[in-house]
Each structure stands twice: as C-alpha cells, then as structure tokens.
Design a protein. Structure first.
Length: 270
C-alpha cells in the first residue's frame, strides 16, 4: 500500500530536480549567449583596431610624404608669401637640427605652424623682422615645421599636447647617454625625452598665441632662455677650464716630484 504523503514528497522531489535541471540549462544557455556576445564584441573590436591601425599608417605615410615634398620648398614658399627671406633655419630633419644645435652649443627653436590667421600675423609681425632673425643667429638653431601637414612636427605637437598653433618651442638638446629619462615622465614639465629615437632633449618653454601676437613678448621669451643658456654654457666652460688647469697643475707637480726623487736617488748612489 502506497503512502500518499510519501508519494507526494517523491513527486515534489522529482519536480524540484526537474526545475533545478531546467535552471541549470537556462543558466548554461545564458552563459553561452554571453560568451557568444563577448566573442562577437571582441571580433568587432579587433576589426576596428585593425581598421584604425591601417588608417593611422596611411595618415603617417601621407604626412611623411608631404613633409618630404614640401620641406625643401619652405624658403621659397615663405618668400613668395611674405616678400622676404625667412630667418636662417635648418633645412634638414629634426635630428639634423638637433645634432647641429648640440655641436654649436645652442638651443633648438622649433616653430610649429598652421594655416591660420594667427600664424599669418606671427610671420608678418615677428618672424620676418630683423630682430627675430638676429635673436635666432645669436642663440638658436631654428627649425620650422607644419604641425598639420608634416609628420614629425605633428608628432611633436601631440607629444607635448600643444593645443594652439602657431607655437614656438625652445628645446635643450641632450645626449642620449647622459640624459636621465623615465617613460612615465611628462615632457611638458621639462623631463628629458628621447624622440625620435637617438635624439634626446628637454623642453625649456613654449610660446603660443593665447595672449595675442606681440613681438616684444616673443622676443622676451627668446632672450630669457637664450641668455640663460649662454650663461649656463659659460659657467660649464669655466668649470671645464678650472678642471683642466687643476689637472695640469697636478701633472706638473707629479713630474717635479718624480725629478726630485730621481735626483735624490742619484745623490744617494754617489
């Protein structure tokens, strides 16, 4: 004879087991859908990253080609636009300008420009002036670059987060073997940076047209850093000369002591 209560409990257990199995099945199906969604999102992200990488590569090639074609024509384009020759500038690459500045113990003045009214005014009111040219000759190696159409100038603009053009950057060229660089340092704070490869420098100052295009403000900016750099170089040269003089005195003293010692030996042998 079957106990009704026992039968009900058995049926309830079976129902609970079926419900539990259905819940596990539903949870498994939900996990599978989530994994499928994740996979589709991952594929889309990878495809998007690939497309972006291709776009960036194409943009880089476009900027590089534009710089290679237009940089040799810079002086002629400047003169045709402003009816005056540009100040003395480095016609080669950024690395060549950096190398020249280090060899000449000068600062590197980088002009990042764009086709806008502020740049037009800067050229006519400041850069084309005799005083600007004299300051460049006195203190700097001058390197111009279109920050919208040329590769390395646009990379410098992004690296230093320059948000207003035109801009004048004053850089201190450094040796990659002497500069203490860390990848997490912010180059805008003056921390040494290696960019491009084998080319180290630190940012001393940035001028941009936030306060308007004022010739005296630009010249003051240039003179401040130029004179400071010259004074520092004079101090370094004086220190190098002092070190050389002390080394020469020490060498002369050693030679005198050696001669006196040899003379003493000869006297003892008599």
């Amino acid at each position: 004879e079957v106990d009704a209560n026992e039968l009900l409990r058995s049926l309830s257990d079976v129902s609970d087991a079926v419900d539990s199995e259905r819940q596990r099945e539903a949870a498994w199906q939900q996990q599978m859908r989530q994994m499928q969604d994740l996979g589709r999102n991952l594929v889309r992200a990878m495809e998007g990253a690939q497309v972006e990488a291709q776009r960036q590569a194409a943009r880089t090639d476009e900027l590089r080609q534009c710089e290679e074609e237009e940089r040799p024509c810079f002086a002629a384009l400047y003169e045709s636009s402003y009816s005056v020759e540009p100040p003395s500038f480095m016609e080669g690459s950024f690395m060549e300008a950096h190398t020249a500045a280090r060899a000449e113990k000068r600062l590197l003045l980088v002009w990042l420009y764009a086709a806008n009214p502020e740049n037009e005014l800067l050229c006519r009111e400041v850069i084309s002036g005799e005083v600007f040219g004299a300051f460049v000759s006195e203190y700097f190696v001058f390197w111009p670059g279109d920050a919208e159409r040329w590769l390395l100038p646009s990379q410098l603009k992004d690296l230093l987060r320059v948000d207003k053009l035109p801009a004048l950057l004053i850089l201190q060229p450094l040796s990659v073997f002497e500069a203490d660089m860390a990848p997490w340092d912010d180059p805008r704070t003056g921390s040494p940076v290696e960019f491009p490869a084998e080319c180290a420098w630190s940012l001393l100052g940035i001028w941009d047209p936030t306060g308007g295009i004022d010739e005296q403000a630009v010249l003051d900016f240039m003179a401040l850093h130029g004179e400071r750099a010259k004074e520092q170089e004079r101090a370094r040269e004086e220190q190098r000369q002092l070190t050389a003089d002390r080394a020469e005195e020490a060498r002369a003293l050693r030679e005198q002591q050696d001669r006196e010692f040899e003379e003493s030996l000869r006297q003892d042998q008599k």
